[in-house]
Design a protein around this ligand. Structure first.
Ligand code: ATP
Length: 368
């Protein structure tokens, strides 16, 4: 964590709508030049949190600071932030360049300052050849870039992006994510994005705050969130995961041994846990950390289990293989990723195959 003061700080912020608490006593620090994502399912309070920063909602209690300034009582239009909405809200009768210039003229910049700024924004968003067009003469992706150019033209200290790419198709969304990252890097403006799309958050953000029911669950880099989720909620929300129920059976300085609910699967891990012997825990392991091969396990091996291939989802680059493990009547499924590196796999894994599933001591995490 940087030792300099935060650029944005939510301090014990609560927002109630009547009896309903949308944001619950939340504290969060965001640093200058970060590309920061608020991530969570529908209704978790992420948009409300952003709207309070923008000045469209007032906290029921708590304080919000931006660049050292307490924002209480400062109306939205006076705040040094700018919000880009999912519905781009462009002026339909104005050309692209006029749309971009609109806010600048209100700010009483000189004509040459306005045209310099518009030119810079057109270049940044690769819209030079569309400057004279009206919004209806543009594609959805281009309109989205005009909205971005317009939100950035006033050089806000923070750009707030509320599900900005929701209306774009998958390919365009991915391209635009990279463009957003490049623009953010060039301008060095702090970006705060609200999204329910975990892949989007992982792609664009330096850090992510995962929210649930108005609270922060984990705040960390994308890699930390993926590799070391702090809860079952985060493990399950981000990417695909096997959550194996287990009991702690041994603890030592070099790690922990778990007896899983799957008969025959004992797990030895490098990780220490504050759970006691006999406590119920969950072992979270990503499918790509599980190795799958034909055959049967060594009788005494830990981190290995026999499986029967039950389902195969072919995704192109990889297949996700679902295997039944443990006692047949219990329906325990372990998922493993199988890389489809060659079209000429000599001995492919297929339905009803007997397989062995194995993973390393550092492959997963113990969660309470
Ligand atoms: P989504 O992705 O669906 O927009 P979100 O995480 O952004 O979800 P918010 O818009 O922050 O969720 O809303 C959080 C909760 O607060 C929701 O249950 C919502 O119904 C409620 N809420 C939001 N605004 C209001 C309002 N003005 N009046 C009453 N309830 C509201």
């Amino acid at each position: 964590m940087p030792d300099h003061p935060p650029f944005i700080e939510f301090r014990d912020v609560t927002k109630k709508f009547g009896d309903f608490t949308a944001v619950n006593n939340l504290s969060l620090k965001i640093y200058e030049r970060e590309f920061f994502a608020l991530l969570g399912g529908s209704g978790c309070g992420k948009t409300t949190l952003m709207r309070m920063l923008a000045g469209f909602e007032t906290p029921t209690s708590g304080q919000i600071f931006l660049d050292g300034q307490d924002l209480a009582g400062i109306p939205a239009f006076r705040r040094p932030s700018n919000m880009m909405f999912q519905s781009y809200a462009l002026f339909p009768h104005m050309s692209v360049e006029k749309n971009i210039a609109f806010g600048l003229k209100q700010d009483k910049l000189s004509a040459s300052q306005v045209s310099d700024r518009v030119e810079e924004m057109l270049r940044l968003t690769k819209l030079e050849q569309f400057a004279k067009r009206k919004p209806h003469q543009l594609s959805g992706g281009q309109r989205q870039r005009v909205a971005l150019a317009r939100s950035l033209a006033k050089r806000p200290k923070v750009l707030l992006l509320d599900e900005p790419l929701g209306a774009l198709d998958r390919k365009l969304r991915e391209e635009t994510q990279f463009e957003l990252m490049n623009i953010q890097e060039e301008l060095k403006t702090t970006f705060l994005i609200v999204t329910h799309d975990q892949e989007e958050a992982m792609t664009v953000a330096d850090r992510i705050a995962v929210m649930d029911k108005g609270e922060l669950v984990q705040v960390a880099t994308p890699a930390e969130i993926y590799e070391a989720p702090n809860s079952r909620f985060v493990a399950d929300f981000i990417g695909d995961v096997n959550l194996i129920e287990a009991t702690v059976s041994q603890k030592s300085a070099s790690g922990t041994r778990l007896e899983s609910v799957c008969e025959g699967l004992a797990i030895e891990t490098d990780q220490e846990t504050d759970a006691g012997i006999g406590d119920r825990v969950w072992y979270a392991i990503r499918p790509e950390k599980v190795r799958i091969a034909h055959g049967r396990r060594d009788e005494d091996a830990t981190n290995q289990i026999n499986g029967l291939v039950w389902d195969i989802a072919y995704l192109g680059d990889v297949s996700i293989i679902h295997s039944k493990v443990g006692e047949a009547e219990k329906d325990n499924i372990l998922r493993a990723t199988f890389a489809n590196v060659s079209r000429m796999v000599e001995n492919p894994i297929t339905w009803d195959d007997e397989v062995v599933l194995a993973f390393d001591r550092d492959a997963g995490v113990i969660l309470r």
